[in-house]
Design a protein around this ligand. Structure first.
Ligand SMILES: NC(=O)c1ccc[n+]([C@@H]2O[C@H](COP(=O)([O-])OP(=O)(O)OC[C@H]3O[C@@H](n4cnc5c(N)ncnc54)[C@H](O)[C@@H]3O)[C@@H](O)[C@H]2O)c1
Ligand SMILES: O=C(O)C(=O)C[C@@H](O)[C@H](O)[C@H](O)COP(=O)(O)O
Ligand SMILES: [Zn+2]
Length: 354
């Protein structure tokens, strides 16, 4: 059975359809010319399915991986669309993980000053987070997602059957974003991930993923509808990211986004315990859950305190040079804090070092 969640954004409202077989709805993408965008790995695994089942007037495949989430790739996507004579009525179709979704959405936002797009996520991370909410963009050497646009998709088709080909490491990255959502909004969601973690990673019981995807999308849809452009509550979705993005950048994007978020949550959890915002017991509970899912809990040595602080200063939440952090109050609640001294942040980072 398909579940449907509305993202309530007035005349830009859209539906998220979730369920095994949801990808078959791509056959209904008719009436406009579709431009399929995907990466090399997804093309290898799912390209023949897409060629048969998604009506398309052209496609573009770029090399898989975060290192290709660049302005250059977005320009290549737009140039291919122009070469194929797509006009403003084009519908860009993002088939892939968060990298494909973020770049296809950004290309759609700027192609002829705005075309439509649909998200068909194929990683767990994209199903529970990146395909919803309209944050699109690319990385530059100065920082993660520093160039981009808010551009909402027209529809999101989430088919958990894509997970069958996803390696365990990528499943873990998606679990990190679900855990994040649990820490900031929903203790029950967090507790569900504490239960039998091996059945989510080592020997995946795929039936467990559907309710996790549904709950994550439901919460994200509510937040996005309330605060599309991150003027308030949406910033909480950035929990673990101020630290995590810095780790990704300092690691030359060799670690997964979800891994960065996992270690970033450990940094935020340690800092919150030192500041007395939550208890040491809660920080330890979060760390245990992250470790049990096989995600990293220690900051790599090359992420020195000065390098981390420098990278964190480029975060988009910052104002007037002060680092803004999302810090937990308990499992299920968090807040934005703009008043933490660099020395406090540095001490917490030292404590999380490997
Ligand atoms: N826009 C947002 O709100 C938002 C939210 C979270 C993350 N993100 C972004 O998403 C990106 C991370 O996304 P990701 O973790 O999906 O990474 P990804 O898109 O790089 O995918 C990870 C790997 O899995 C492969 N893959 C994809 N689907 C597969 C499948 N079904 N079977 C086998 N392999 C498959 C990809 O080719 C890639 O090699 C980051 O750039 C992050 O910044 C954006
Ligand atoms: O949708 C949001 O808002 C998020 O912050 C979700 C994050 O998981 C995601 O990684 C997002 O791309 C980070 O946004 P950024 O504004 O820090 O680039
Ligand atoms: Zn994220």
């Amino acid at each position: 059975m398909m579940e449907r969640i509305q993202v309530g954004l007035g005349d830009r409202a859209y539906e998220i359809v979730i369920g095994p077989g949801a990808r078959a709805l791509a056959a209904d993408l008719t009436g406009r010319r579709n431009f399929l965008v995907t990466d090399s790995r997804v093309a290898e695994l799912w390209g023949s399915w897409a060629a048969k089942e998604i009506p398309q007037a052209g496609s573009f495949v770029f090399p898989a991986g975060e290192r290709h989430k660049t302005p250059e790739t977005v320009v290549s996507i737009c140039r291919r669309a122009a070469e194929l004579r797509f006009d403003r009525k084009a519908r860009f179709v993002a088939l892939g993980g968060g990298v494909v979704g973020d770049m296809t959405g950004f290309a759609a936002a700027i192609y002829m000053r705005g075309a439509g797009f649909v998200q068909i996520p194929t990683t767990l991370l994209a199903m529970v987070d990146s395909s919803v909410g309209g944050k699109t963009g690319v990385d530059i050497p100065e920082g993660k997602n520093l160039i981009g646009a808010f551009h909402q998709p027209e529809q999101v088709l989430i088919d958990p059957d894509f997970l069958a080909t996803l390696p365990p490491g990528e499943l873990r990255c998606g679990l990190a974003e679900i855990l994040k959502t649990g820490v900031i909004f929903d203790e029950a969601l967090f507790a569900e991930l504490e239960r039998d973690p091996d059945s989510l990673t080592v020997a995946p019981d795929y039936a467990r993923f559907v309710p996790l995807i549904r709950r994550s999308c439901e919460l994200k849809a509510q937040v996005v509808a309330a605060d599309e452009r991150e003027a308030g509550i949406r910033a909480l979705l950035n929990y673990g990211h101020t630290f995590g993005h810095a780790v990704e950048l300092l690691s030359d994007f060799s670690i997964g986004h979800g891994e960065g978020v996992a270690v970033g949550m450990c940094c935020a959890g340690e800092l919150a315990a030192r500041l007395g915002l939550w208890t040491r017991k809660e920080a330890e509970r979060q760390k245990r859950a992250i470790a049990a899912l096989g995600l990293p809990v220690a900051l790599p040595r090359h992420c020195t305190v000065p390098a981390m602080l420098e990278a964190m200063r480029r975060d988009k939440k910052n104002r007037d040079g002060a680092i803004a952090l999302v810090l937990p109050r308990r499992i299920g609640a968090a807040e934005v804090n703009r008043d933490v001294a660099d020395a406090e942040i540095g001490a917490a980072l030292e404590a999380v070092h490997a």
